[in-house]
Write a protein that binds this ligand. Structure first.
Ligand code: 4NP
Length: 151
Protein backbone atom coordinates (compact mmCIF):
# COMPACT_ATOMS: atom_id res chain seq x y z
CA UNK A 1 0.00 0.00 0.00
CA UNK A 2 1.17 3.55 -0.77
CA UNK A 3 0.27 6.31 1.68
CA UNK A 4 0.67 10.07 1.14
CA UNK A 5 0.62 12.61 3.99
CA UNK A 6 -0.50 16.10 2.96
CA UNK A 7 -0.40 19.51 4.69
CA UNK A 8 -0.08 23.09 3.45
CA UNK A 9 3.67 23.69 3.26
CA UNK A 10 5.04 20.13 3.50
CA UNK A 11 7.63 21.37 5.99
CA UNK A 12 5.98 20.94 9.43
CA UNK A 13 3.14 18.41 9.84
CA UNK A 14 3.22 16.05 6.86
CA UNK A 15 7.03 15.45 6.99
CA UNK A 16 6.63 14.48 10.64
CA UNK A 17 3.68 12.21 9.80
CA UNK A 18 5.77 10.63 7.02
CA UNK A 19 8.68 10.06 9.40
CA UNK A 20 6.60 8.57 12.21
CA UNK A 21 4.66 6.20 9.93
CA UNK A 22 7.79 5.18 8.01
CA UNK A 23 9.49 4.27 11.32
CA UNK A 24 6.53 2.16 12.44
CA UNK A 25 6.36 0.35 9.10
CA UNK A 26 10.09 -0.40 9.24
CA UNK A 27 9.82 -1.64 12.86
CA UNK A 28 7.13 -4.10 11.79
CA UNK A 29 9.03 -5.19 8.68
CA UNK A 30 6.15 -4.16 6.40
CA UNK A 31 6.72 -2.90 2.87
CA UNK A 32 4.20 -0.08 2.60
CA UNK A 33 5.50 3.09 1.00
CA UNK A 34 5.03 6.51 2.66
CA UNK A 35 5.58 9.97 1.18
CA UNK A 36 4.38 13.52 1.87
CA UNK A 37 3.44 16.65 -0.08
CA UNK A 38 2.02 20.15 0.38
CA UNK A 39 -1.07 21.68 -1.20
CA UNK A 40 0.99 24.86 -1.74
CA UNK A 41 4.27 25.09 -3.60
CA UNK A 42 5.63 27.69 -1.18
CA UNK A 43 8.50 25.62 0.20
CA UNK A 44 9.30 23.29 -2.71
CA UNK A 45 12.80 21.84 -2.32
CA UNK A 46 13.15 22.89 1.34
CA UNK A 47 13.95 20.45 4.10
CA UNK A 48 11.53 20.16 7.04
CA UNK A 49 11.19 22.94 9.64
CA UNK A 50 13.85 22.78 12.40
CA UNK A 51 11.08 22.17 14.97
CA UNK A 52 9.86 19.06 13.14
CA UNK A 53 13.41 17.78 12.61
CA UNK A 54 14.17 18.27 16.34
CA UNK A 55 11.04 16.63 17.77
CA UNK A 56 11.45 13.67 15.37
CA UNK A 57 15.11 13.24 16.34
CA UNK A 58 14.17 13.28 20.04
CA UNK A 59 12.16 10.15 19.22
CA UNK A 60 14.95 8.53 17.19
CA UNK A 61 13.51 9.46 13.80
CA UNK A 62 15.60 11.27 11.16
CA UNK A 63 13.50 13.36 8.75
CA UNK A 64 16.27 15.85 7.81
CA UNK A 65 16.73 14.32 4.32
CA UNK A 66 13.14 15.05 3.26
CA UNK A 67 12.44 17.71 0.61
CA UNK A 68 9.16 19.62 0.27
CA UNK A 69 7.13 19.02 -2.88
CA UNK A 70 3.69 20.06 -4.07
CA UNK A 71 0.72 17.69 -4.33
CA UNK A 72 -0.16 16.90 -7.97
CA UNK A 73 -3.07 15.12 -9.64
CA UNK A 74 -0.74 12.22 -10.49
CA UNK A 75 -0.56 11.50 -6.74
CA UNK A 76 -4.12 10.23 -7.08
CA UNK A 77 -2.82 7.51 -9.39
CA UNK A 78 0.35 6.78 -7.40
CA UNK A 79 -1.14 6.49 -3.89
CA UNK A 80 -3.86 4.33 -2.32
CA UNK A 81 -4.48 6.50 0.73
CA UNK A 82 -4.10 10.29 0.94
CA UNK A 83 -4.20 11.76 4.45
CA UNK A 84 -4.95 15.44 4.97
CA UNK A 85 -3.75 17.18 8.14
CA UNK A 86 -6.68 19.64 8.28
CA UNK A 87 -9.98 20.42 6.55
CA UNK A 88 -8.45 23.09 4.28
CA UNK A 89 -5.89 20.59 2.99
CA UNK A 90 -8.74 18.08 2.61
CA UNK A 91 -10.85 20.51 0.53
CA UNK A 92 -7.89 21.57 -1.62
CA UNK A 93 -7.00 17.95 -2.44
CA UNK A 94 -10.62 16.95 -3.08
CA UNK A 95 -10.95 19.79 -5.64
CA UNK A 96 -8.28 18.06 -7.73
CA UNK A 97 -9.95 14.64 -7.71
CA UNK A 98 -11.09 13.45 -11.15
CA UNK A 99 -13.66 10.91 -9.99
CA UNK A 100 -15.33 9.22 -7.01
CA UNK A 101 -12.66 6.52 -6.75
CA UNK A 102 -10.00 9.21 -6.24
CA UNK A 103 -12.15 11.09 -3.71
CA UNK A 104 -12.49 7.92 -1.67
CA UNK A 105 -8.72 7.82 -1.19
CA UNK A 106 -8.72 11.08 0.80
CA UNK A 107 -9.18 11.04 4.59
CA UNK A 108 -8.50 13.33 7.51
CA UNK A 109 -5.44 12.12 9.41
CA UNK A 110 -6.78 12.64 12.92
CA UNK A 111 -9.85 10.50 12.29
CA UNK A 112 -7.36 7.65 12.92
CA UNK A 113 -6.80 9.09 16.41
CA UNK A 114 -10.29 10.44 17.15
CA UNK A 115 -12.74 8.69 14.79
CA UNK A 116 -15.52 10.83 13.34
CA UNK A 117 -14.36 14.04 15.05
CA UNK A 118 -12.81 15.61 11.92
CA UNK A 119 -10.09 17.22 14.05
CA UNK A 120 -7.24 19.23 12.54
CA UNK A 121 -3.57 18.71 13.32
CA UNK A 122 -2.79 22.20 14.73
CA UNK A 123 -0.23 23.93 12.52
CA UNK A 124 3.03 24.35 14.48
CA UNK A 125 4.21 26.87 11.87
CA UNK A 126 1.85 29.23 13.72
CA UNK A 127 1.54 27.63 17.20
CA UNK A 128 5.19 26.62 17.68
CA UNK A 129 3.93 23.53 19.50
CA UNK A 130 5.74 20.67 17.74
CA UNK A 131 5.40 18.37 20.74
CA UNK A 132 1.59 18.51 20.59
CA UNK A 133 1.73 17.72 16.87
CA UNK A 134 4.12 14.83 17.43
CA UNK A 135 1.86 13.32 20.10
CA UNK A 136 -1.28 13.56 17.94
CA UNK A 137 0.49 12.10 14.90
CA UNK A 138 2.00 9.30 17.00
CA UNK A 139 -1.47 8.10 18.06
CA UNK A 140 -2.90 8.40 14.54
CA UNK A 141 0.07 6.54 13.01
CA UNK A 142 -0.12 3.78 15.61
CA UNK A 143 -3.78 3.17 14.74
CA UNK A 144 -3.15 3.55 11.03
CA UNK A 145 -0.35 0.99 10.99
CA UNK A 146 -2.58 -1.51 12.78
CA UNK A 147 -5.15 -1.06 10.00
CA UNK A 148 -2.77 -1.18 7.05
CA UNK A 149 -0.86 -4.24 8.27
CA UNK A 150 -3.97 -6.27 7.41
CA UNK A 151 -3.76 -5.14 3.75
P1 4NP B 1 2.74 22.84 7.33
O1 4NP B 1 2.93 24.28 8.01
O2 4NP B 1 1.54 22.98 6.41
O3 4NP B 1 2.47 21.92 8.47
O4 4NP B 1 4.02 22.52 6.59
C1 4NP B 1 3.09 25.46 7.30
C2 4NP B 1 4.29 25.75 6.69
C3 4NP B 1 4.47 26.95 6.04
C4 4NP B 1 3.42 27.86 5.99
C5 4NP B 1 2.22 27.58 6.59
C6 4NP B 1 2.05 26.38 7.24
N1 4NP B 1 3.61 29.12 5.32
O5 4NP B 1 2.73 29.99 5.42
O6 4NP B 1 4.66 29.32 4.67
Amino acid sequence: MKILMVCLGNICRSPLAEGILTAKIAELGLDHLVDSAGTSGWHVGSRPHEGSIKIASEHGIDISHQKSRQFTTSDYEDFDLILAMDSENYKDIMKLAANEAQKKKVKLMLNYAHPGKNMAVPDPYYTGNFKEVYNLLEIACANLVTEVRMD
